[in-house]
Structures are given as structure tokens and as C-alpha cells.
Design a protein around this ligand. Structure first.
Ligand code: FAD
Length: 318
């Protein structure tokens, strides 16, 4: 029923909705946006390719080639170079060793070009294998992965990273999961996101706090600043198109890296198919997109407010 309703949306409407979140068609669109964000606002980015469902070896090879070209094309760029990849795009559904080989090729090339990679996390059927890939390759390459605070298993997953000096993007997770394995209320997921931010830091990992929720950002910031481990142990990440300019500016002024997820597509029809699938999995994205649309309109007005969103920094001398 859900898929029937989502498929009723004409492609041009999905494309209209997507325009704020997707930079356009081709690698160059992603690079151009990343360059602009850095030059104009000192906002870093992680470039990602939105792909169609990958079902065969040929498609996987094509995607790996696109990622390798993206890394090549970043050569000579002066903004912080960062790329996100998904295990399903690298062939995890076809063969585990193929995916490992593809990821390692990307990591090798990225290391040569000083590009940092993050291995995204998909639904819970991929959690084990994604963490296995991460644990296998992290001792050889400097890269990050993602954990989702909605999953009951996440605390154990953090404790099982001990000794790896990991870099973990901490988010609530975008995939709906069964209540037997996951929290189903957003306030619970966000409480856990804050708790796990502290736990990651206590275990000598770096944390990328990925949420748009003001209260959650403030609470995570408190965990970070209470520990007095410096500003480079954590950064704050947002999706391109979600209007959070004020809090981003304040975080940058406070000395933190702010990074946006900057996707490009290889064809609009791929992006539309991808977004349809995400809407079917999680129809609340329609509501979130509506909130963003209003937010982008009122952003210039709210930006004029003088009162800071973030609490004052703790006194570094005490
Ligand atoms: C940089 C980054 C990388 C991510 N990587 C992953 C990943 O690898 N795996 C994974 O499962 N999840 C990933 N996510 C998604 C994340 O798990 C959440 O689904 C998403 O950030 C929404 O949660 P929230 O904490 O912002 O809170 P919410 O309460 O869900 O959202 C707060 C506000 O943010 C805006 N918003 C949130 N989500 C969207 C959306 N999808 N589209 C448009 N507007 C939105 C809306 O204005 C909303 O009101 C990532 C998020 C970010 C920012």
C-alpha cells in the first residue's frame, strides 16, 4: 500500500522535492558544491553518490569506477576532501570478498590522494558485515564508519571497537527497524545518541555527531566539552538542504568542523528511484521535507535573531 502511494507521485514532483538535497547530475556537481561550501562558509562536506539498487557485478564495477574517478578529480582541490560510500554499492549483496576488495581499492587510492572515506551504515541486516569490513580494514587505513543509536546492539558495537581508534558518525539511523531490535521513539534514539557520544569519547574514538535536532546537538556538545579532550575529537554533520545555518555558524565560530552530506547522482532517474525507495521505507521523510521547505523560507528571518542557540563554552581555566 505504502509503495503504491509513493509510486503515485509523478517523477517531476520527486525531482522537485530532491533538488534541495541533491547537488545534480555528475561528479562535478558534488565537487562544485563542496568547493563553494568551503570557500563561502568554511563548511566541510562528505561527497556521496546516490545510486540505483545494485544487483549485478557490472553495476558494482561501474560504481567503483565512479568513486575512483571522484577521488582522482579531487586531486588539487584545497577544501577538506571526504567521501562517503555504501556497502551495497560496493557489492555486498553479491559477494563479501568482492565488497572487501572494492572497499580496499577505494581506501588505497583515497589514502594516496589524502581523501578521507566514511563507510555508511544501511539497514540492520548489514550491521554485522559493515562492522566486520570496518574492523578488517581500519588497522590498515584511516577511515570512519557509522553507528545508529536506535539499535539496541549499538552500545556493544561501540565496546567491540575498543583499541581501533575509530571515527564513528553517530546518528539515529534512517531505516525503520522492528521494535524487537530497536527503539521506536525518536526521543529515546536521541537520548542514546547523546549517551553514545560520551561513550565513544571515553573509549578513545572520534565522534561525528549527525543530527539536526538542536537539543540533541546541545546535549552532545556538553558531553564533548565536559571531557576537555579538544575540538578535534568531534565534529557536527548535517544533510545538505536541511536549514540549520545558525547553529552551523555558531559551531564553526566555536572551533568545530561542520560537515554536510553532499550527494550527486549519475542520472536523475537514479536519484528519483532511490528517493522513492527511501520514502517507501520511511514515509515520515515527506513530513521532514515539508518542515525543511518551510525552514528554508523562514531561515533569513530567524538568522536575524541575536540570541545564540548554543550555551556558553565551559571556562577552559577551571
Ligand atoms: C551527515 C549525515 C550522514 C548520515 N548517514 C547515515 C547513515 O550512514 N545511515 C543511516 O541510517 N542514517 C544516516 N543519516 C540519517 C540519520 O540517521 C537520521 O535519519 C537523520 O539525520 C534524521 O535524524 P535527526 O537526528 O536529524 O532527527 P529528526 O527528528 O528525524 O530530524 C530533525 C529535522 O531534520 C530534518 N531532516 C531529518 N531527516 C531528514 C531527511 N531525511 N530529509 C530531509 N530533512 C530531514 C527535518 O527538518 C527534521 O525536522 C545521516 C545523517 C546525516 C546528517
Amino acid at each position: 500500500m505504502k509503495s503504491f502511494l509513493v509510486n503515485l507521485f509523478p517523477s517531476f514532483m520527486v525531482k522537485f522535492f530532491a533538488r534541495a538535497y541533491v547537488t545534480g547530475v555528475g561528479i562535478d556537481c558534488g565537487i562544485k558544491k563542496a568547493r563553494e561550501l568551503w570557500e563561502e562558509q568554511k563548511i566541510a562536506s562528505t561527497i556521496d553518490m546516490l545510486g540505483e539498487e545494485v544487483t549485478n557485478r557490472e553495476d558494482v564495477d561501474k560504481i567503483v569506477q565512479i568513486y575512483l574517478s571522484l577521488i582522482e578529480k579531487l586531486h588539487g582541490e584545497s577544501f577538506p576532501k571526504h567521501v562517503s560510500v555504501k556497502p551495497t554499492s560496493l557489492g555486498i549483496d553479491i559477494d563479501k570478498s568482492l565488497c572487501l576488495e572494492n572497499l580496499e581499492n577505494i581506501l588505497k587510492r583515497a589514502e594516496e590522494e589524502k581523501v578521507i572515506i566514511t563507510l555508511d551504515m544501511e539497514d540492520s541486516t548489514y550491521t554485522d558485515i559493515t562492522l566486520e569490513l570496518y574492523k578488517t580494514l581500519k588497522p590498515k587505513y584511516e577511515f570512519g564508519t557509522v553507528l545508529q543509536s536506535r539499535l539496541h546492539r549499538t552500545k556493544d558495537d561501540i565496546l567491540n571497537l575498543t583499541g581501533l581508534n575509530a571515527r564513528v558518525r553517530m546518528c539515529i539511523g534512517v531505516y525503520n527497524e522492528d521494535k524487537s531490535i530497536a527503539y521506536t521513539k525518536k526521543h529515546e534514539m536521541k537520548k542514546k545518541l547523546v549517551e553514545y557520544t560520551g561513550l565513544l569519547l571515553d573509549n578513545q574514538h572520534k565522534v561525528d555527531v549527525a543530527t539536526h535536532d538542536h537539543k540533541c546537538i546541545v546535549a552532545a556538545l556538553k558531553q564533548i566539552e565536559e571531557r576537555r579532550q579538544g575540538k578535534d575529537v568531534a565534529e557536527f554533520q548535517f544533510l545538505l538542504g536541511v536549514p540549520r545555518q545558525r547553529i552551523q555558524n555558531e559551531l564553526i565560530r566555536r572551533g568545530y568542523t561542520v560537515r554536510l552530506y553532499v550527494p550527486f547522482t549519475i542520472e536523475w532517474k537514479c536519484a528519483v528511484a532511490y528517493l522513492r525507495r527511501r520514502l517507501i521505507e520511511n514515509p515520515s521523510m515527506i513530513y521532514l521535507g515539508g518542515l525543511d521547505f518551510i525552514g528554508r523560507i523562514i531561515q533569513p528571518i530567524t538568522n536575524r535573531r541575536r540570541k545564540p542557540i548554543l550555551p556558553p563554552q565551559p571556562d577552559s581555566s577551571s
